[in-house]
Design a protein around this ligand. Structure first.
Ligand code: SAH
Length: 353
């Protein structure tokens, strides 16, 4: 017992000093039971490198129409049991205006891979939202380099595209007809076009090994990402993975997130909504274990239940106004504050927080 305690502390000292861990060392930390010291180390590093401010990103889920068939995802094309919706460009722009009115400095536009939104439509939406002087993050899946370039030129600042898993065989099993190499190509294109790039993994996928989780962290460090969202996999009843379990996924995600903070100390790390779906205080626990970003939902209440990536999503019946107030109170309750900057990677060091 004493030896295990010693080993954990030695590794935490090492990573805090050098920001480096080997795959074996990451596996050791991921496998250790209730590693309070890991969470505390991540919390200290978070405070030192990105401060006590929490960046809020207003999430607009603008279409649940998707051409893909990811086995884990509730909005996969073959799920015939959900009602599909698509917001109009004007509705999306109005929702962004509303978000800016609530004081949000960034909106995240997320959807399934809905090809109705071609480059022209998206660039129009981006240009209109940009007039509000807020940052724009896109999370709309795999596109060509030309499309990414067009969105960037129109004013998009950031892009979120989770690799989901770095285990290529597992990825291609869970995401049929998709290519892992193409997903990596997308991440490299986004980086080279000057986007702030967010990636991340799903934790607890059937067949996922602790070795591959360690590789995920090393992959994010190598890219390197500007943001990494780590979320637990939660089985959706209308998918082929309906009978899988979610036991232990919260804690494993928390460990991954804390390690992410130690390996890339100054990046932005969200306390993901899926974490709160598995634990009543999930986002606060995450904010105290390395996270510094929260993405409150500003989607109109009528659409929220339809964007069901996984069951048990929080705040389904709430309004955008309620979510804004509620999250701010929660953040204050743990001695932190909502940051007033747009929250670009490195803003804290530039004193624009
Ligand atoms: N179409 C976009 C957005 C996908 S939805 C894209 O391809 O990037 C956003 C994220 O939801 C996905 O990246 C995935 O990690 C997560 N997600 C999907 N199904 C989930 C599930 N069952 N449990 C938890 N998270 C899930």
């Amino acid at each position: 017992m004493l030896y295990l305690y010693y080993m954990i502390n030695t590794l935490l000292d090492k990573v805090t000093r050098t920001q480096q861990l080997s795959q074996d060392e990451i596996i050791y930390l991921l496998s250790s039971a209730t590693p309070t010291a890991l969470y505390q180390a991540a919390d200290r590093v978070r405070e030192k490198y990105v401060g006590n401010g929490v960046y809020l990103r207003a999430l607009i889920e603008f279409s649940n129409i998707c051409k893909n068939n990811c086995l884990y995802c509730g909005i996969r094309a073959e799920n015939a049991h959900i009602k599909r919706y698509r917001m109009t460009p004007d509705e999306i722009i109005q929702t962004a205006q509303q978000a800016a009115g609530y004081g949000y400095k960034t909106v995240v536009l997320q959807s399934g891979e809905d090809i109705w939104f071609d480059s022209d439509k998206l660039c129009h939406i981006i240009r209109e939202i940009k007039k509000l002087d807020i940052a724009i993050t896109l999370s709309i899946g795999e596109k060509s380099r030309e499309e990414y370039a067009a969105y960037r030129k129109a004013g998009a600042d950031r892009y979120l595209l989770r690799i989901e898993t770095t285990d290529k065989t597992l990825y291609e099993k869970l995401d049929p007809q998709m290519s892992w190499d193409n997903r990596v190509r997308c991440l490299h294109d986004l980086k080279s076009l000057g986007y702030e790039v967010g990636s991340g993994s799903l934790v607890g996928l059937p067949g996922q090994t602790v070795e591959s989780l360690a590789n995920d962290l090393l992959f994010f460090q190598k890219l390197p990402v500007d943001m990494a969202g780590i979320g637990p996999f939660i089985p959706h009843p209308q998918t082929p993975l309906a009978n899988e379990k979610s036991d232990g996924h919260f804690e494993l995600s928390l460990k991954m997130m804390a390690l992410m903070r130690l390996l890339l100390p100054d990046i932005n790390i969200p306390a993901t909504t899926a974490m709160e779906s598995l634990h009543p205080q999930g986002r606060l626990v995450a904010l105290q274990s390395g996270a510094n970003v929260v993405m409150p939902n500003v989607t109109a209440t009528e659409y929220r239940p339809l964007y069901e990536l996984y069951p048990g999503k929080i705040c389904l019946g709430d309004t955008a106004a309620k979510c804004r107030g509620c999250i701010e109170e929660k953040i204050k309750s743990i001695g932190r504050h909502v940051s007033s900057s747009k929250g670009f990677h490195g803003d804290y060091l530039k004193n624009t927080h």
